[in-house]
Write a protein that binds this ligand. Structure first.
Ligand SMILES: [Zn+2]
Ligand SMILES: [Zn+2]
Length: 237
């Protein structure tokens, strides 16, 4: 399926880029003319730093929070650039729903140096279902992953993890927590030939409940990945 649609995907990527270049930038958060993220919005963006749990990256006085102690994540560690509120939310939503791909690069740049552990071999964006990707004008995680790859020199592998299905299940409509979890559990497939014996850095736009990142990590580990870390542009607290 992927190989058939790749040419169409490339053409649409080029059209998207041309539109972005042709239009003068407006702040994706407050609409002020001039920059993609204006100076006052940048100042309001809160960095996801300070004392945090090394696994789930939520504020925590302890090195590992109580939740991660009682229910360890399949991920070794998550790191995030910003707290998901204020203008960061506007930037992430513009990247996600309006296909403003350049915001991805900007969020990575503004996050500073993203240091992957020495045992990480490749970068894998969290994939979204094909039809959702077309409607959104791209996958927000891929835009971020490309920028992280350029910054870190780590190889980007878009084929390491793929999404099952064309549209994907509607998680929010599932009747119970266990049903939602089962739906997420069926969402991903990993290519063992690409990940076996390798360390993977997952990339996504925002981490909220950790359900998606955890399931992607479980899928990669089951396919033979040695370790899975994650980086997201924003962390919901
Ligand atoms: Zn602004
Ligand atoms: Zn934690």
């Amino acid at each position: 399926m992927n190989s058939v649609y790749r040419p169409l995907s490339s053409v649409l990527d080029v059209v998207e880029t041309l539109i972005e270049v042709a239009l003068p930038p407006h702040c994706v958060s407050c609409s002020a003319a001039g920059d993609l993220v204006c100076r006052s919005c940048r100042e309001l963006m809160r960095r996801a730093d300070g004392q945090r749990c090394r696994h789930c990256w939520l504020p925590s006085d302890a090195l590992v929070c109580a939740d991660c102690l009682s229910q360890p994540l399949p991920l070794r560690e998550l790191r995030s650039g910003f707290v998901y509120d204020g203008p960061t939310r506007g930037a992430v939503l513009a990247l996600k729903h309006r296909g403003v791909s350049e915001v991805g690069r900007l969020l990575v740049e503004m996050s500073g140096e993203i240091r992957a552990a020495p045992d990480i071999d490749l970068i894998a964006p969290i994939p979204i279902p094909f039809l959702r990707k077309r409607r959104r004008g791209g996958n927000q995680a891929e835009h971020l992953a490309r920028a992280v790859s350029e910054q870190s020199g780590l190889r980007l592998d878009r084929g390491a993890l793929r999404r099952r299905g064309w549209w994907g299940p509607r998680q929010a409509q599932a009747p119970s927590r266990s049903a939602r979890r089962r739906i997420v559990a069926e969402a991903f497939a990993a290519d063992a030939s690409r990940v076996e014996g390798r360390g993977v850095l997952l990339i996504d736009d925002v981490s909220t409940t950790m359900a998606t990142l955890s399931e992607a990590a479980r899928t990669l580990l089951a396919a033979g990945a040695t370790v899975v870390d994650a980086w997201t542009a924003a962390r919901a607290e």
